[in-house]
Design a protein around this ligand. Structure first.
Ligand code: ADP
Ligand code: MG
Length: 613
């Protein structure tokens, strides 16, 4: 190796540029973020050939004064922070002052900008970071930056660039994310002459989500919000039935900045445990508002990663927001308030909290249980022991309502009274359709309850409650079960888990297993089929956590034990089911994510028959 020398400015600039501008999408991101910081209400991004031929970003923001324009292209030149202290409370998207310098170093760049109140603007052009021209120009208020021939002087970087469509796709995701982050700004994206995205910029997150993600996707989302230890979370999360095949549709924004955060993703998914089908993932567009002093956006040059000073609070806030949507289910849709995150946030938030108190309450109960705390709603489920539920004819006893505080008596949630349980119900069972759906008239609602799904969920919750002391039934004649080889290993590995659930089973030799006792809810005739399904679950999900394996197995048992669609049940059984579904906010989905309840409004029916318009 030779002597140590300081790199000349040109080489140093190219290296620094490489850190900020990896690909066309990074340039798009930096330029559009500058427009956001400039207070624009309209931002148009135009790209040609994936951004390699041209990127043009036009905004109607504050503009730059002619004297300042050259400085904007200097490294570490920024108008956004002044001192070390400012670094602690960053509210702008940019602050490093290196984006324009970096993009300019590796392209031919031109800027037109005019500030309001000035008669004239300026045009400024650089090639490879060197000034080519500067002159007064007539242009609209705001700033336009045109980047041509990106990476023309860095052939090494060019090698890492993918096909135009791939690059264009990346650039489009950047704009989509910014649009979701800033519902108050109208974003337009033009790709090779075609407008592919245009958000209204009306300040409503829902409008932005609709424009960016489309109507079908949006209809699978539920609006939600929560506040926890000073952290506000609002936005949209999947209805459990609308889980996605992967995690790519989980969008988080912290203080308006799109971020990647495994922590927040985990919190979201935790809320869907046992409410979503296996291998499905919730989608979300969630905004998190937190004091800038307790987040560190400085960890990554591209600033997409983020660190929270108090991980636990951020986790809980997102968990609670998602959980209340999962528990609230369809009914929550009836309680939508104008989604205006920027204006009146506090007011609508307070309103939300009041109206949705029961949902919040049940979410809290779940959280308690998770951390091993109080009984919450658990005690409520437990009241419905299997024998009582299965008793024919006799009306089930009135169920205790200790789970709900008297303060909530008058609160109506989705039309259901959640306070005192009246001796005479306000609802009436009209009958059962196709021996599958119990039909109930409840005030102005016509409710359809999937009896299998509802029963399954109820049993599942009770089994979880009983986990510490499972009820087991000894078989008169032990069952000998011979699984496939791989499945045998999986079963033997998780034998302890099976025993915890009430199975008494052990290896019998010759590749088989002898089962002497079953969980109390299972019918002896179901023993083999249940074991078969459990074996498959355990084999296919070897790497699942013990908790997930347990939940998965319990949900299989619950499914087997639940009354079947098509079965004939007594009026008492119908009543017991309806009572629980209508009274408890969070029996909205079976453990596999299918809905338990579907509601048709009286008005919907009246519209169908032309009684009202
Ligand atoms: P940073 O955004 O980190 O401050 P940049 O290199 O991206 O650094 O921009 C340098 C400066 O140029 C900004 O601080 C801002 O003052 C100004 N600037 C850049 N783009 C715009 C724009 N679209 N409108 C107004 N000012 C801009
Ligand atoms: Mg910037």
């Amino acid at each position: 190796m030779g002597r140590i020398i300081q790199l000349d400015k040109h080489v140093a600039d190219l290296i620094a540029a490489g850190e900020v501008v990896e690909r066309p999408a990074s340039a798009v991101k930096e330029l559009a973020e500058n427009s956001v910081d400039a207070g624009a209400t309209g931002i148009t991004v135009e790209i040609k050939r994936g951004g390699l031929e041209m990127i043009r970003v036009t905004d109607n923001g504050g503009g730059i004064s002619p004297e300042d324009v050259p400085a904007a292209f200097l490294r570490h030149a920024t108008s956004k922070i002044r001192s070390e202290r400012d670094l602690e409370e960053i509210r702008s998207m940019g602050f490093r002052g290196e984006a324009l310098a970096s993009i300019a170093a590796v392209s031919k760049i031109e800027m037109f900008t005019r500030q309001a109140g000035r008669t004239e603007g300026v045009s400024y052009e650089l090639h490879g970071g060197e000034e080519v021209s500067r002159s007064p120009a007539g242009c609209p208020v705001g700033t336009t930056v045109i980047v041509r021939e990106l990476f023309y002087n860095t052939p090494a970087r060019m090698k890492f660039i993918k096909r135009d469509v791939t690059e264009a796709g990346q650039a489009a995701s950047v704009v989509r994310r910014l649009a979701l982050a800033n519902p108050g700004i109208s974003f337009k994206l033009i790709k090779d002459g075609e407008t592919v995205l245009h958000t209204p910029g009306d300040g409503l997150l829902k409008s932005a989500v609709y424009s960016v993600c489309g109507g079908t996707f949006t209809s699978g989302l539920e609006e939600t919000r929560a506040e926890h230890e000073g952290i506000r979370v609002y936005g949209f999360v999947s209805k459990p039935l609308y889980g996605q095949g992967n995690r790519t549709k989980q969008e988080f924004f912290v203080n308006g900045r799109p971020v990647k955060s495994p922590l927040l993703g985990a919190a979201l998914e935790e809320a869907y445990k046992n409410s979503i089908m296996q291998n499905r993932f919730p989608a979300c567009v969630l905004h998190v508002e937190i004091s800038p002093a307790v987040v560190d956006v400085n960890v990554h040059p591209a600033k997409t990663e983020i660190k929270f000073a108090y991980d636990r609070s951020a986790f809980d806030a997102v968990y609670l927001a998602a959980k209340s949507a999962v528990s609230g289910g369809d009914s929550a849709a009836e309680l939508t308030f104008s989604p205006s995150p920027k204006s009146d946030f506090q007011e609508s938030y307070e309103q939300a909290r009041l109206v949705r108190a029961p949902a919040g309450n049940s979410a809290g109960g779940t959280a308690d249980r998770k951390s091993g705390g109080g009984s919450g709603n658990g005690g409520f489920y437990k009241e419905m022991s299997a024998p009582e539920f299965r008793s024919d004819g006799a009306l089930p006893g009135v169920v205790g309502d200790s789970a709900f505080s008297p303060a909530l008596n008058q609160v109506s949630f989705g039309g259901y009274k959640t306070g005192d349980i009246p001796l005479v119900e306000e609802w009436r069972i009209l009958g059962e359709a196709f021996s599958t759906y119990i039909i109930v008239e409840d005030g102005d609602d016509l409710c359809f309850i999937d009896k299998h799904a509802a029963h399954e969920r109820i049993i599942f919750e009770r089994l979880k409650e009983e986990a510490a002391k499972p009820v087991s039934q000894v078989l008169i004649k032990p069952v000998i079960f011979t699984p496939e080889r791989g499945e045998l290993t999986a079963l033997l590995n998780d034998m302890e888990l099976l025993c915890d659930m009430g199975f008494d089973a052990e290896e019998f030799g010759g590749g088989s297993i002898i089962v002497r006792a079953l969980p109390g809810d299972l019918d002896g005739a179901d023993a083999e089929a249940s074991l078969q399904e459990i074996a498959r679950l355990l084999t296919e999900n070897r790497r699942m956590s013990v908790q997930d394996k347990r939940d998965g197995t319990l949900s299989l048992v619950a499914c087997k034990a639940a009354m079947k669609a098509g079965s004939i049940i007594s009026y008492a059984e119908q009543r017991a089911l309806v009572e629980r579904v209508l009274r408890i906010g969070d029996i909205k989905y079976c453990p596999h994510g299918r809905p338990v309840l579907s509601v048709m409004k009286k008005s919907e029916l009246e519209r169908k028959f032309g009684r009202i318009q």
